[in-house]
Ligand binder design. Structure first.
Ligand SMILES: [Zn+2]
Length: 295
């Protein structure tokens, strides 16, 4: 197993490939819905401390003691937020990619059923919402396979890819390639999919950390602020005087974007995307359209 992963700081450079998204769209919009609530570290599930990351509620850690406030703030995503997000996506006929943690789907199987019913792409995001960068290649491979099989069993869907909470190791893409995953998203390095390095035949569709609701209520105090950040990114890509089209990746969490104060940002982005003829699609379809380009 190759552990080398050479950096590529050149990429497509000044001349990105001229390829066609369906209907001649300039921009493909990827909506990623992270299904993690209930899978976060918590004393309630036997962890040493609660997961303080990934939420607007800033609480002190309470070692060996449950933080019921924090638990409830995560629960909001699974109980109420996800349904508001799914209603919004349905209204706009928009299909997303769901990064799913096994424990979150087990805690609320109705969410798993609704994701499949609505036609969203199903991807694996961990058994729990855990870190994987310290694992040996053997342990990492067995975790990835376990999660893939768990999520496939719960949803009955093909699990197209793996996205790790805190990034990948030099071995991850080889594991993904050997496991026949369609593509990888564990990267922030481009506006378009690209080939994996080192002869690994798993393409990479980079994700984005800025067009992501994880900064809602801290960096973006209002839905309007976050919404204008998203539509600004879309407008830039629509008007970008470069060769060929682009991808806009948007990362969302039901506990955040699903709040009534925040959902307007998604609604506004989807409205602008359809007004401008952007192509909203699951990530596997974007990668498939990219791979059909003229080489
Ligand atoms: Zn996530």
């Amino acid at each position: 197993m190759s552990d080398t992963m050479p950096r590529d700081l050149r990429g497509y450079g000044e001349h990105p490939p001229v390829l066609a998204w369906p209907n001649g769209s300039r921009v493909a919009v990827s909506i990623v819905l992270n299904i993690e609530e209930g899978a976060e570290r918590s004393v309630a599930r036997g962890d040493a401390a609660d997961d303080l990351g990934g939420h607007w509620l800033r609480h002190p850690a309470l070692p060996d003691q449950r933080n019921l406030d924090l638990e409830s703030a995560f629960e909001y995503g699974s109980r109420a937020g996800v349904w508001r997000v799914l209603r919004t996506l349905r209204r706009h006929k928009a299909l997303a990619t769901a990064f799913c943690c096994t424990v979150a789907l087990e805690a609320n199987p109705r969410v798993a059923a609704a994701l499949v019913r609505d036609g969203h792409e199903i991807a694996a995001h961990g058994h729990k919402w855990d870190v994987h960068t310290h694992l040996s290649p053997e342990e990492e491979e067995s975790r990835i396979h376990r999660v893939r099989d768990e999520i496939a069993a719960i949803t009955g869907a093909e699990v197209t890819t793996w996205y790790s909470r805190d990034g990948i190791t030099p071995a991850t893409r080889r594991i993904m390639s050997d496991s026949s995953f369609a593509y990888d998203s564990n990267s922030f390095n481009d506006d378009l999919p690209h080939d994996g390095a080192d002869g690994i035949d798993v393409p990479v569709l980079p994700y984005a950390g800025d067009t992501n609701d994880s900064a809602l209520l801290s960096q973006y105090p209002t839905a309007r602020a976050f919404g204008s950040y998203l539509t600004g990114a879309l407008d830039c890509l629509l008007d970008d005087h470069r060769e060929g089209p682009s991808v806009l990746s948007i990362g969302l969490h039901p506990r955040l974007i699903g709040r009534p104060s925040c959902i307007g940002a998604l609604d506004g982005l989807l409205t602008r995307a359809s007004e401008t003829g952007a192509w909203i699609a699951p990530r596997r379809e974007i990668v498939a359209a990219w791979s059909r380009r003229d080489r």
